[in-house]
Write a protein that binds this ligand. Structure first.
Ligand code: FMN
Length: 256
């Protein structure tokens, strides 16, 4: 299974075998972590994976899933830190899913195992391990909004643009909030994040940014899979336009 295929078959795994993952898998994961592609090259990041099998106290917080290992994403402080964390962490989640390892984002959890790397903060924790229940699910069974509920179609999109939206729609999000909204043209997609009352709280706003980063990675990976010449750009003139409770995030433009 490739990372792209994992977009369509992953699900959150909430029951794990309390079993060791071979050292070789972690050595390969370490090499993969060296190759991650950031959304914002200027924001530094670091991942830490730890074994929690004999240490129940190594994570704290709400809605935690008990797992043999946890992955922690740290980044430098920045207004875009949440999006950067989601974008990078989803690369790891899809990599692990494609290799038979289950994952579940842990929005309410904090790892208490070690000090944060110098100048960085914990952004998101992910539970991981071999699954006790299903690792995969057919994409049609994922509970998501219909594409017509999250998109405004201004023009008939090209096939590739439709495929990007299909992958974007399947992204996981905290409490399945699916905050992404899209304004779609033939060869470009403007991405917006839905503001709601709860997202004004700083903690939910942080998770919304992580959600948006995860979804943006699904878009980027699909564009790569389809060999598309696509770029993510920030169009400041759109940022000034508040569209009924939605904040502009960025645009994907296909160049031909
Ligand atoms: C940023 C983020 C935080 C999440 N936090 C939790 C959590 O604290 N506990 C939990 O059980 N699931 C958590 N989830 C998993 C979501 O509930 C799940 O992704 C969503 O319901 C969609 O289901 P799926 O992942 O099976 O497709 C989180 C997901 C994301 C993306």
């Amino acid at each position: 299974m490739t990372a792209y295929e994992a977009i369509f078959s992953r699900r959150s795994v909430r029951k794990y075998k309390m079993e060791l993952i071979p050292g070789d898998v972690f050595r390969q994961l370490d090499r993969f972590l060296e190759e991650l592609v950031p959304l914002y090259p200027e924001i530094g990041w670091k991942f830490v994976v730890f074994n929690a099998m004999n240490d129940e106290g190594s994570t704290k917080g709400l809605f935690r899933v008990k797992a043999p290992y946890y992955l922690v994403c740290y980044t430098q402080d920045d207004a875009n830190a949440g999006k950067q964390a989601g974008y990078l962490t989803e690369q790891v989640v899809l990599y692990l899913t494609a290799r038979g390892i289950g994952t579940c984002y842990q929005g309410g959890a904090k790892a208490v195992v070690e000090d944060a790397p110098e100048g960085m903060k914990q952004r998101i924790v992910v539970a991981l391990g071999y699954p006790l229940d299903q690792l995969y699910r057919e994409s049609g069974k994922a509970k998501r909004h219909d594409i017509t509920d999250i998109c405004i179609f201004k023009e008939e999109p090209e096939t590739e643009i439709s495929r990007i939206l299909t992958a974007a729609r399947l992204a996981p999000s905290s409490v399945n909030s699916q905050p992404w909204r899209f304004v779609v043209y033939r060869n470009r997609i403007h991405v917006f994040a839905r503001d709601n009352v709860i997202s004004k709280l700083s903690v939910t706003k942080e998770m919304r940014d992580v959600d948006m980063g995860i979804m943006l990675y699904h878009m980027a990976l699909t564009a790569e899979e389809l060999w598309m010449d696509a770029v993510m750009v920030y169009q400041p003139q759109l940022a000034e336009r508040k569209i009924r409770g939605n904040t502009y995030v960025m645009s994907m433009v296909v160049q031909k």
